[in-house]
Design a protein around this ligand. Structure first.
Ligand SMILES: *[C@@H]1O[C@H](CO)[C@@H](O)[C@H](O)[C@H]1NC(C)=O
Ligand SMILES: *[C@@H]1O[C@H](CO)[C@@H](O)[C@H](O)[C@H]1NC(C)=O
Length: 364
């Protein structure tokens, strides 16, 4: 009797001590055509949902799959919601993405984008992912790649969400970094930007992935003008116009710029925020239709709508939110220097400022 009770208690203690999640970030190899040898990792939660969604999560320059895995909350959300996340990693020393080569900008032509899409195709097949539940998101260079993937592979992706990137094709050219574009001096007409996207997959007439872009108004790495150019580009691709601003959404000081009915393209302008626009995973998952409700539209590429009504524009004037840096200490993964940087350079939480790239040193 006593033994039995003790045994039960022991068993219960063991159960409590068991890890909540056994899943971890795993490398993937041999996933198909990968001309640039993009590195690939995947997170498959212990409980994968039936007909799971697949998110490609793309790191910034100097980043890595592990850094983006640790620095965003998609792992926890995948544990809760059962979606799968691919974390590609740049094969170059500066850890920026190839968003400039003609191959990467063209459907099935090569470059980093083809390596990433090959892993997507592999994962779709292995995990029975419905083809209308494939998404891309990323920050900085990863945001540029999100624009590239959505532009060159409109048949593969259902939606994209990009934090602090540039328009598809803005970095086009021989060099990995394009200062003219970065500094917001590559200005084109909406038609020219739209034509550039259409040239990424000539002859494609299917539906286009819905897209959202986020940008800080005081970004000194990729200037705010890049959001203006992205807005021209994607509104032209969809053939829609600016409709209205929704202020203080999803955060105080952020303005959601709605194009058309808001189901195909929206932009978020973050007042007073620099290059590091903190990722809003909940809004991103809403946009992808993985969750419903709060702030995002859940309209899918296929046109099925169910959404929250945006707040009216008559909200009190925004209080400028504090820039990610300024004085004081930069959080781990934050920007701590680079050309034109005027924010803080001291790193917190045991991280140090590492200059791997002249434009985006980070607390690592
Ligand atoms: C909408 O908001 C953006 C970002 O704050 C601003 O630049 C633009 O002028 C606003 N447009 C209108 C019509 O209010
Ligand atoms: C350090 O980490 C703690 C806990 O994660 C966080 O609350 C705090 O904001 C961080 N501080 C800096 C300067 O990064």
């Amino acid at each position: 009797m006593l033994f039995s009770a003790l045994s039960k208690a022991f068993t219960a203690a063991l159960a409590l001590a068991a890890p909540i999640s056994a899943a971890s970030l795993q490398p993937v190899t041999n996933f198909g055509s990968n001309p640039n040898n993009v590195l690939m990792y995947i997170y498959v939660p212990d409980k994968v949902a039936a007909n799971p969604s697949l998110i490609v999560a793309l790191h910034y320059c100097t980043g890595s799959a592990q850094a983006y895995f640790s620095g965003t909350t998609y792992k926890t959300l995948a544990d809760q919601l059962g979606f799968i996340v691919l974390y590609p990693e740049s094969p170059r020393s500066g850890k920026c993405w190839d968003v400039n080569s003609p191959e990467t900008l063209t459907h099935n032509a090569g470059g980093d984008s083809l390596g990433i899409v090959s892993a997507v195709r592999w994962a779709i097949s292995k995990y029975a992912v419905p083809t209308n539940k494939v998404f891309a998101t990323g920050a900085s260079s990863g945001a540029m790649m999100t624009n590239v993937l959505v532009g060159a592979y409109p048949d593969v992706f259902a939606a994209g969400s990009a934090f602090s990137g540039v328009a598809y094709g803005c970095f086009a050219g021989a060099s990995e970094w394009n200062s003219q574009c970065a500094e917001g001096q590559l200005i084109k007409t909406a038609q020219a930007w739209g034509d550039q996207v259409r040239s990424g997959y000539p002859g494609y007439t299917g539906a286009r992935p819905k897209m959202q872009n986020w940008h800080g108004t005081v970004d000194t790495t990729l200037y705010y003008q890049n959001l203006v150019e992205e807005n021209k580009q994607w509104s032209n691709v969809f053939g829609i116009s600016f409709a209205q601003n929704v202020t203080n959404t999803p955060l105080n000081g952020y303005t959601k710029m709605v194009y058309g009915d808001g189901s195909q393209y929206v932009a978020y302008s973050a007042q007073g925020v620099g290059h590091t626009v903190p990722e809003q995973e909940a809004v991103v998952l809403d946009w992808f239709g993985i969750t419903g409700g709060q702030g995002g539209s859940t309209t899918s590429k296929a046109g099925v709508t169910s959404t929250a009504t945006p707040k009216a524009t008559s909200v009190p004037a925004p209080t400028t939110s504090a820039p990610a840096a300024g004085g004081g200490t930069v959080a781990k993964w934050g920007q701590c220097g680079g050309q034109g940087w005027t924010g803080a350079t001291a790193c917190g939480n045991g991280s140090t400022c590492q200059v791997v790239n002249a434009y985006y040193p980070q607390c690592l």
